[in-house]
Design a protein around this ligand. Structure first.
Ligand code: FES
Length: 169
C-alpha cells in the first residue's frame, strides 16, 4: 500500500531522465520496500552502476534505512557501486535508441578506443557501458558521458564530447 509520506514522483530531481525513470518504477511498485531489488535493477540498468545519491533517493522513497539498501547492494554480486574508469560513456541500447543507431555508436567506440561494453582503457581513463533505457527515449539515440545526458547525437559528436571531457585523443 502506498504510504502518505512516500516521496512522490513529482519530487524526483527533474534534470536527469534516469531519476525520473527510477521514480516511475518506484511508483509502479507502490513504494513497496519488498520491490527494492527490482528497483535497484532498474537503477543499475539506467546508470550502468549504482551511484550513492541514487541509493539515497531510493532509500528515502521506500522509507528504508540507507544501511538496508547498501547491504542489499553489497550482498548481490551483480550490483556495482562504482563506474568503470575515471570517465564513463554509457550508451543506451533500449529499443528506441537501438532503432536510432545505438549499435553504430558502440561500433565506433570499439573502433576508436578498442573498447567493448564493460571494458575500460588501459590507463583507466574511459569506460564504456550500456544501459537498457535511460528514460530519454524521445531523444534517441541517447548517451551519457559522465553525468551529462546527450540526446539525438551522432557518433562524431560523441567522440568529440568524450575527447573534451577526457583529453583521451
Ligand atoms: S530506449 Fe534509450 S532512452 Fe529509452
Amino acid at each position: 500500500m502506498k504510504s502518505d509520506t512516500a516521496v512522490p514522483v513529482k519530487d524526483a530531481p527533474k534534470t536527469d531522465p534516469r531519476l525520473k525513470l527510477i521514480a516511475a518504477r518506484i511508483k509502479k511498485e507502490n513504494y513497496k520496500p519488498d520491490a527494492l531489488i527490482e528497483i535497484l535493477h532498474t537503477a543499475q540498468g539506467a546508470y550502468g552502476y549504482l551511484p550513492i545519491e541514487v541509493l539515497t533517493y531510493i532509500a528515502k522513497a521506500l522509507h528504508l534505512p540507507p544501511s538496508r539498501v547498501f547491504s542489499t547492494v553489497t550482498f548481490y554480486h551483480f550490483f556495482s557501486l562504482k563506474s568503470k574508469g575515471e570517465h564513463t560513456c554509457i550508451v543506451c541500447t533500449g529499443t528506441a535508441c537501438y532503432v536510432k543507431g545505438a549499435q553504430a555508436i558502440l561500433n565506433k567506440l570499439e573502433q576508436q578506443f578498442a573498447l567493448k561494453p564493460g571494458q575500460v582503457t588501459k590507463d583507466n581513463k574511459l569506460g564504456v557501458q550500456v544501459a537498457r533505457c535511460i528514460g530519454a527515449c524521445g531523444l534517441a539515440p541517447a548517451v551519457v558521458i559522465d553525468n551529462d545526458v546527450q540526446g539525438k547525437v551522432n557518433v562524431e559528436e560523441i567522440i568529440q564530447s568524450i575527447n573534451e571531457k577526457t583529453g583521451i585523443l
